[in-house]
Design a protein around this ligand. Structure first.
Ligand SMILES: Nc1ncnc2c1ncn2[C@@H]1O[C@H](COP(=O)(O)OP(=O)(O)OP(=O)(O)O)[C@@H](O)[C@H]1O
Ligand SMILES: [Mg+2]
Length: 302
């Protein structure tokens, strides 16, 4: 559904997206993760046909990213980071507006709008102004607007930022249902629980793609060494010193605990002696993988 080769976007002398090659198959939920400013939105805007690449190539739904951007724009669904609803229109009117924009025939519209209201759990709110909806409702309405044309591909740029955990869960359930019905979805998120639910995850750092695999493989294969969890009252202040120890590869904090990456299982004893508390060997989480990858990449480029 989506293929890119060395896709690149520069703004002046700054390269925001650097030679990204990826492949996304039909019905996949493809998670796109990376720190702030790493190039996620820029990549998505190129894939939507909104932003012209500086170099490289890509094909979306069989259309060329550069020569056929207009066709792509009409065929895909896109919910931008600052999704655009009309505050002074009602829920129904917003959906009707987008139905018109996508050229959905009048006789079809009522039915489609009804479906979107149902899907977005907005029943009974049709006549409320968008301005008066809470952010969770707004996000689901924005999703309804993005998929009213039943696009085969849906791009979601941080669709769940700024909403409650309950609203996030409701939103992601809808996404999973859409994928189940064969919609291909590319979604950016900073939430690890959402990343876990993706079929594949790409990780981007400073414009470069540095990992692209299933969540399982990422957790099993990226981190080389033994990961130990240490809970210590002064944990936060120990990170720098721990990282200087010869058997410690790196150390980061996860809530009240430290995650210490060791060269080998034998190093656990030395670590226990050093900290005075018992470390527990743990399996890396996705968060561990991303912290590790981002650090490694930063070290390589600096
Ligand atoms: N139109 C533009 N002109 C100049 N620089 C830009 C432009 N658009 C984006 N950038 C820069 O490109 C880099 C990547 O931005 P982008 O918005 O793609 O990051 P992101 O990964 O989506 O970040 P976030 O997680 O904060 O949304 C940033 O340094 C940003 O300042
Ligand atoms: Mg962004």
């Amino acid at each position: 559904m989506i293929t890119t080769r060395a896709l690149t976007k520069s703004f002046g002398s700054f390269t925001a997206v650097n030679k990204i090659s990826l492949e996304i198959r039909q019905g996949e939920i493809y998670g796109f993760l990376g720190p702030n400013g790493s190039g996620k939105s820029t990549t998505i805007r190129m894939l939507c046909g909104i932003l012209e690449p500086t170099s490289g190539s890509g094909v979306v739904l069989g259309y060329d990213l550069i020569r056929e951007a207009e066709k792509i724009k009409r065929k895909i669904g896109y919910m931008s980071q600052k999704f655009s609803l009309y505050d002074d229109l009602t829920v129904y009117e917003n959906l009707d507006f987008y139905a018109g924009l996508y050229g959905i025939a009048y006789r079809e519209r009522k039915k489609r709008i009804g479906e979107m209201i149902e899907m977005a759990l907005l029943k009974g709110r049709q006549n409320e102004l968008a301005a008066n909806l809470s952010s969770g409702w707004k996000q689901r309405l924005a999703l309804g607007c993005a998929i009213i044309s039943r696009p085969a591909i849906l791009f979601l740029d941080e669709p769940t930022s700024g909403v409650s955990p309950t609203a996030r869960r409701a939103f992601f359930k809808i996404i999973q249902q859409l994928a189940h019905e064969n919609t291909t979805i590319m979604v950016t998120t900073h939430f690890m629980d959402e990343a876990e639910r993706c079929y594949r995850i790409a990780f981007i750092s400073e414009g470069s793609l540095i990992a692209d695999d299933t969540p399982e493989n990422l957790k099993n294969e990226v981190i080389k060494g033994v990961l130990a969890e240490v809970v210590h009252p002064d944990g936060l202040f120990m990170i720098d010193d721990l990282e200087k120890l010869p058997y410690v590869k790196e150390c980061s904090n996860h809530g009240p605990a430290l995650h210490v990456l060791l060269e080998s299982p034998e190093a656990v004893k030395a670590l226990n002696d050093y900290t005075g508390v018992e470390a527990k060997i743990i399996r890396p989480s996705l968060e561990d993988v991303f912290v590790y990858l981002a650090k490694k990449h930063r070290r390589r480029v600096s």
